[in-house]
Design a protein around this ligand. Structure first.
Ligand code: SF4
Length: 253
């Protein structure tokens, strides 16, 4: 079983705010997969989007030392499991599978999640959610999930509305399988109120939503409050929160 990896490291989860299903402020081992089928304007993993260009993956030698070593891709399942175990500091909330888009490598992802469950860890999936047919294959192994709702301003794909509907379907599949799942929406100063209303209607009675300003933050506070208000009016006041990429302020990975 082979994986095209980007990096493996130990850090704090900086996103998700206080919403149910979030692991904000929890320590995790991050397993970043190479490769993504979307092309978001604000992507902060751009160098990992084209998996064929990611010849090596890097892993932390020891947590928070900032020292990395490199290995060639593809990685074997055992190599990745050993790397995770080596980075286990005994206070790990969950293993975060992120990217890129981890579900594009669904078979090795499934095998890795199974192994980590057997070893006593919880699985936290970070996905763009655009591939519900693949999400279905691993849903029963997922304990927590952060699923993107891609805003129109992200320009992730040609058919944005269809993408949003597929993301909502992934959320439904994960919730039905018992995973604590929330939706994450990155907003900008250009995000439209009517789009917020549409996302909120799709998510009502399904999953909570965190609204996360794009970094660096360009959205005025008053606008952010308006977007929050609109979502909370539709979804209920307990089902919306803010998220910031706090790991960037802490200067950790
Ligand atoms: S889904 Fe994530 S990894 Fe893929 S292009 Fe968008 S931001 Fe980048």
């Amino acid at each position: 079983m082979k994986l095209i990896m980007a990096e493996v490291f130990n850090s704090w989860q900086g996103e998700g705010g206080s919403i149910e299903g979030s692991a904000f402020g929890r320590r995790q081992i991050f397993v970043r997969f190479a490769g993504c089928d979307l092309n978001c304007k604000w992507c902060d993993s751009r160098e990992f989007i084209d998996a064929s260009q990611v010849s090596h993956w890097r892993y932390e030698v020891r947590p928070f030392t900032g020292k990395f070593e490199y290995k060639p891709n593809p990685a074997s399942l055992d190599e990745v499991v050993d790397t995770i175990l080596h980075l286990d500091t005994g206070d790990i909330h969950s293993i975060s599978y992120t990217g890129g888009e981890p579900t594009l490598q669904i078979k090795p992802l499934n095998a890795l999640m199974e192994r980590m469950k057997e070893l006593g860890f919880s699985n936290f999936l970070e996905t763009h959610g655009g591939l519900p047919e693949l999400v279905k294959e691993i849903a029963s192994l997922v304990d927590y999930a952060s699923v993107d709702i891609k805003d129109e301003t992200t320009k992730a794909t040609e058919n944005w509305r269809e993408l949003v509907l597929r993301e909502v379907e992934s959320i439904r599949i994960l919730r039905e399988a018992g995973a604590k799942t929330y939706a994450k929406l990155v907003v900008t100063s250009e995000t439209k109120i009517e789009n917020i209303r549409w996302y909120a209607e799709l998510l009502r009675d399904l999953a909570p939503l965190v609204i996360q300003p794009k970094e660096p933050v360009d959205i005025p506070q008053t606008r952010l409050m308006e977007l929050y208000h609109e979502a909370a009016i539709v979804m209920g006041r307990k089902n919306v929160g803010l998220s910031f990429q706090v790991h960037k302020y802490l200067n950790v990975l």
